[in-house]
Design a protein around this ligand. Structure first.
Ligand code: TYD
Length: 251
């Protein structure tokens, strides 16, 4: 498995955030991004699905469609968008020595479509291998939260923004008009989210060098400090071994 280090003399660092609904990863991406920028690092933030024309199209499509696609089609759609993202954004940015922060990456497909929607893990591995070309993050933060707390947070959040249908459709992949949203969230959705959470924990246990599991029920400021400690440690390790090309001159 390749990590993000592309050239001998670059300091590209690839960091991803993963977690279930309401885990707070998007806020933590923002805090980390701002802090790195403030320290003078060159940073690119991306989100999945999104961050390319195809990714943005997929996000809008999944949000808008009244006819959710099959789990297998989801795998392929996410993989197609990810292929674009890896080749057009992630790799070029890393080659220039930038730090890339990803709000979800290929592990989301394993957790959601694999463990959550039960598509075979070997098919997902094939799709992810093609999409990532073997490029995986140097560091992946799993913001782990008990599903009741996460879903509660997500419910508050989704009532505040327009991602509602998209996030909820992902509770079990279907959307029946005769079923109350509340019921879906509390019922079938719960077992789906439980599988997603357990899937993430299995992935993290399998690759302890890459994954950092954090208790996402902690206060936001506590979490962001923990994340910062891991990231700065990783940056120091890279600095010691490679040289300081991710920083702007003068820092
Ligand atoms: P997102 O906006 O990232 O969710 P959140 O608001 O929780 O941060 O929404 C993306 C949704 O897409 C989320 O429900 C997870 C789902 N998803 C998959 O099911 N598979 C994937 O491979 C990816 C990237 C996302």
């Amino acid at each position: 498995m390749k990590n993000s280090l592309i050239g001998e003399d670059t300091l590209g660092l690839f960091i991803s955030f993963e977690g279930g609904e309401g885990s707070g990863k998007s806020s933590q991406c923002t805090v980390l991004y701002d802090r790195l920028i403030e320290k003078g690092y060159r940073v690119t933030r991306i989100q999945e699905p999104g961050s390319t024309e195809l990714g943005n199209y997929l996000r809008s499509y999944l949000k808008a469609t009244k006819n959710p696609v099959t789990p297998e089609a989801e795998v392929l759609l996410f993989a197609a968008a990810r292929t674009e993202l890896v080749r057009r954004v992630i790799l070029p940015e890393l080659v220039q020595g930038r730090i890339v922060i990803a709000d979800r990456y290929a592990d989301s497909t394993t957790a959601y479509q694999g463990y959550g929607r039960r598509v075979s893990l070997s098919s997902i591995k094939h799709a992810n291998d093609l999409a990532t070309n073997g490029h995986w993050p140097d560091l992946t933060f799993l913001l782990d939260v008990p599903i009741e707390i996460g879903l509660n947070r997500a419910r508050v959040q989704t009532s505040l923004d327009d991602e509602r249908d998209f996030a909820r459709r992902n509770t079990d992949g279907s959307k029946r008009a005769d079923e109350s949203e509340e019921q879906r969230f509390e019922g079938a959705g719960k077992t789906f989210h439980k599988r997603v959470r357990e899937g993430y924990l299995k992935l993290a246990a399998r690759e302890p060098d890459r994954w950092i599991v954090l208790d996402a029920t902690a206060k936001e400021s506590v979490l962001s400090q923990q994340i910062w400690d891991y990231v700065s440690q990783k940056l120091n390790e890279k600095l010691l071994s490679e040289g300081d090309t991710a920083r702007l001159p003068g820092f």
